[in-house]
Design a protein around this ligand. Structure first.
Ligand SMILES: [Zn+2]
Length: 305
């Protein structure tokens, strides 16, 4: 009995009954096995993109932070809290990236899984600045690929009916990221070794630097919460002059005034805008993880080569 009237069969029966009551026949389309799907809330645009790639169309995925939003400063609004409280699952970056959301997560955690996608990255692969782990792992594509597994296993645990779909998408995405990683290595190696220096607003690119062989210097630390002081500007200007750095970069989620000042004082041109803690607008090529990484790499090599 239990086997015959398993949840799937029972749900189909109920669906057929509903159609009869509503007065439309079965010709209007087959019953989806899980019409609503899991409701998933993510924090940053990179995480929303990752989870959408793995979960859709079998789940509903929404992100709290949009393009150009700085996650270090982001505070959950009343409507964010409502979304979090209605979610079946929550994914966030962790490593203190969403520093102003810790309390909200503590509350939401009591009633549903709240998962840091960076959880399975081995500790010895993390960079630590003054005792604090650097949260910007997404710019080493091989590290970001390690975030596929915790998302996939959480999806399967909460929605085993779609295990095959989640696993298939995870394999395809891992393959895609491996290709993206090797594309980054090839392209970034075309810049002469002495020019492989990326100067930006804040230290978002340390993992990028380690992975692809670039020296990375940020005006602010690994969080944008502390502003750049005058001594930081002076030190950075000296560094740029000493190393003859041809171009420095603005970040899409950080105000550009300080970098403009460094550019004027040092003579290095502004080489373009890098996406750091948020992707581009949705619907544009830079509104995906893959497009964002490619846009950054192209901006860097064009300005420095
Ligand atoms: Zn940052």
């Amino acid at each position: 009995m239990h086997l015959i009237f398993g949840s799937l069969t029972l749900r189909k029966l109920i669906f057929a009954l509903c159609l009869l009551v509503m007065g439309c026949g079965p010709a209007s389309g087959p019953a989806p096995s899980n019409p609503a799907g899991l409701k998933i809330v993510c924090t940053t645009t990179m995480i929303t993109d990752l989870v959408q790639r793995l979960a859709q169309p079998d789940a509903q995925v929404v992100g709290l932070m949009g393009a150009g939003v700085d996650p270090h400063f982001y505070k959950a609004s009343a409507s964010d809290v409502a979304k979090l409280q209605q979610a079946d699952l929550v994914f966030y970056n962790g490593l203190h990236l969403e520093g102003k959301m810790t309390e909200v997560f503590e509350g939401v955690k009591k009633t549903r899984p709240v998962v840091a996608v960076t959880d399975r990255i081995p500790k010895d692969r993390l960079l630590v600045h003054q005792g604090t782990p650097d949260p910007h792992v997404w710019f080493d594509v091989s590290l970001w690929a390690m975030c596929i597994e915790p998302v996939t296993s959480t999806l399967i645990a909460r929605d085993p009916q779609h295990a095959v779909e989640y696993t298939t998408r995870a394999k395809a995405l891992a393959q895609e990221m491996a290709e993206l990683d090797s594309w980054c290595k090839t392209e970034l190696a075309t810049v002469p070794a002495e020019r492989r220096i990326v100067v930006t607003s804040h230290d978002a690119f340390s993992y990028f630097g380690r992975a692809y062989g670039y020296e990375v210097v940020g005006l602010q630390g690994i969080s944008t919460v502390t502003e750049a002081g005058i001594s930081d500007v002076t030190k950075l200007v000296d560094f740029i002059k000493r190393k003859k750095v041809p171009a420095i970069f603005v970040e899409s989620s950080v105000p550009r005034a300080a970098i403009d000042r460094v550019s004027q004082d040092s003579g290095a041109k502004v080489g373009g805008t890098l996406f750091s803690d948020a992707m581009g607008a949705s619907g544009t090529p830079e509104g995906t993880y893959d497009g964002m990484v490619r846009a950054n790499v192209n901006t860097i090599i064009e300005a420095l080569r």
